[in-house]
Design a protein around this ligand. Structure first.
Ligand code: AMP
Length: 479
């Protein structure tokens, strides 16, 4: 199938062509016709599947086919509202709206908290067709009377499962109460938990159901590997991997904000430019770090799970779990940052004995064993015993036990989620990771890494010093 077979308007096809996309991804091939027909949609698709274009392209088509609406004050009225869980995702979705809508006479705006209200109020006054927003700031504007949602015709809830995880259910309900009852609603979620189904029942009317790659199936294009090491050696090991592998763009995950800061500081001291992004950073700092990382000017971005959500970079070559996540689903989300939309990527996890419980949970979820290796000189010390990991008010024990902190505060402010979050049925799918142990070198093909063993300089780039900002993500257009 080709994009031209989908019935999208020529200006949209032109913008898509400029992005270099020829073939719709599976979610696009299914979602675009469904949305064009005007009905509601419930789509199961995780990030990296091309879901954003899956709803943005037909949305643009539908809005462009009609005349702009005017609100009571004669301004261009908001006809489409896209809600996302995070600021970063909102910014990226709105960027996609602009990219794909560049040849259409439609306007868009992104709205999130952490920045001043007034510029947003000024922008709203000029009139907007498509609003991409996070729920909190949207409701602030509504309360202040600076936002009119009474003309919304299309409502998109993106990453609905994440929204619920982040405790946005009440905000979502409030938003539903202020948008018109009669509208086209699209719900995108990586999972279909009971909570999501309840939300869908409330929001959607006889929706078309689409599900692409099952949630916990990790992409086949991602080579996954565990590097076993000592608790105290991880920083040094990471610095060595980055240097020896001549990695130019690596996204590194830590569990906690202070861990992200400490690691970024260490790498900088080692002469490897790195920045941390997490919820305590100002929006300005987060945006700056992200754009430098995306452009290729910053080789290492250290992120916590929440901050990293929605980071969308084409062909991000390396993701490193400096610490394994305590929520196994986060592993899937983290490594989904690489190997996106068919590109190949490598996901390494530096694992010490304390984290074996997390590794077991992850492997159970993805229904696959991740090949283990170690790096000479960085093997786990024989006498190192597993110690419990403290996460906010929750302690995770060494023998597979988790002692809860009773609600409240996991490190990232999303509460210490109980362990038994259901593992959704999944087929594992694909990677056929062979081989166990063995030595790991970032500079040689990884035997036993399933279908993904590939030569060292897979991006064919020269030494770090020769890197030019913007040269890496060869995405044409404004990204
Ligand atoms: P998403 O799942 O929306 O976050 O998109 C994942 C990535 O796939 C983004 O970087 C898009 O730019 C890219 N992408 C979207 N559609 C296509 C396509 N049809 N062909 C190739 N890449 C795509």
């Amino acid at each position: 199938m080709n994009f031209t077979d989908l019935g999208l308007a020529e200006p949209i096809l032109r913008a898509v062509r400029e992005q270099g996309y020829e073939t719709p991804t599976p979610i696009q091939a299914q979602a675009i016709p469904a949305v064009l027909q005007g009905g509601d949609l419930m789509a199961g698709a995780q990030t990296g599947t091309g879901k954003t274009a899956g709803f943005t392209l037909p949305l643009l088509h539908r809005l462009a086919a009609d005349k702009p609406l005017r609100d009571a004050r004669g301004r261009v009225a908001i006809r489409a509202l896209i809600l996302t869980p995070t600021r970063e995702l909102a910014a990226q979705v709105e960027e996609s709206v602009r990219t794909y809508g560049k040849y259409l006479p439609l306007s868009s705006m992104v709205m999130f908290g952490g920045v001043g209200m007034q510029p947003q109020i000024d922008r709203l006054r000029k009139g907007v067709d498509i609003l991409v927003a996070t729920p909190g700031r949207l409701l602030d504007h509504h309360q202040q009377g600076t936002l009119d949602l009474s003309n919304v015709q299309v409502f998109v809830l993106d990453e609905a499962d994440r929204m619920l995880d982040m405790g946005f259910i009440h905000d979502i309900k409030k938003v539903l109460a202020i948008v018109p009852a009669k509208k086209q609603s699209l719900l995108f979620s990586a999972t279909f938990s009971d909570d999501i189904k309840a939300l869908a029942d409330r929001l959607l009317n006889q929706p078309a159901l689409i599900e692409v790659a099952r949630r916990n199936a990790t992409a086949e294009t991602i080579a996954q590997r565990v590097i076993l090491t000592g608790r105290e050696r991880k920083k040094e090991l990471l610095a060595q991997l980055i240097r020896e592998g001549d990695w130019h763009q690596v996204l590194v995950f830590t569990r906690m904000k202070h861990g992200a800061n400490r690691l970024a500081e260490y790498l900088c001291k080692e002469g490897i430019p790195a920045m941390a992004i997490h919820g305590n950073k100002s929006q300005g700092a987060r945006t700056k770090a992200l754009s430098e990382f995306k452009s290729g000017a910053l080789p290492v971005l250290v992120a916590t799970d929440i901050a990293a959500r929605g980071i969308d970079i084409d062909q991000l070559p390396h993701v490193v779990n400096f610490e394994l996540p305590n929520v196994p689903e986060d592993y899937v989300h983290r490594i989904g940052r690489t190997g996106r939309a068919g590109a190949q990527g490598e996901a390494l996890s530096l694992v010490c004995r304390d984290e074996e419980i997390f590794l077991r949970d992850i492997e159970k979820l993805i229904k696959r064993e991740i090949p283990r290796a170690s790096v000479p000189g960085f093997e786990p010390p024989a006498d190192e015993k597993a110690e419990p990991i403290v996460l906010g008010r929750m302690t995770i024990g060494v023998g597979g036990t988790r002692r809860g902190g009773g609600g409240g505060g996991g490190g990232q402010g999303r509460g210490s989620r109980p362990q038994g979050r259901s593992a959704h049925g999944n087929g594992g799918g694909g990677n056929g990771n062979g081989g166990g142990g063995g030595g790991y070198s970032p500079n040689r093909p990884q035997a036993g890494a399933g279908s993904n063993g590939r030569p060292a300089s897979r991006d064919g780039r020269g030494p770090r010093s020769g890197a030019t900002p913007g040269s890496r993500n060869s995405r044409p257009g404004p990204r």
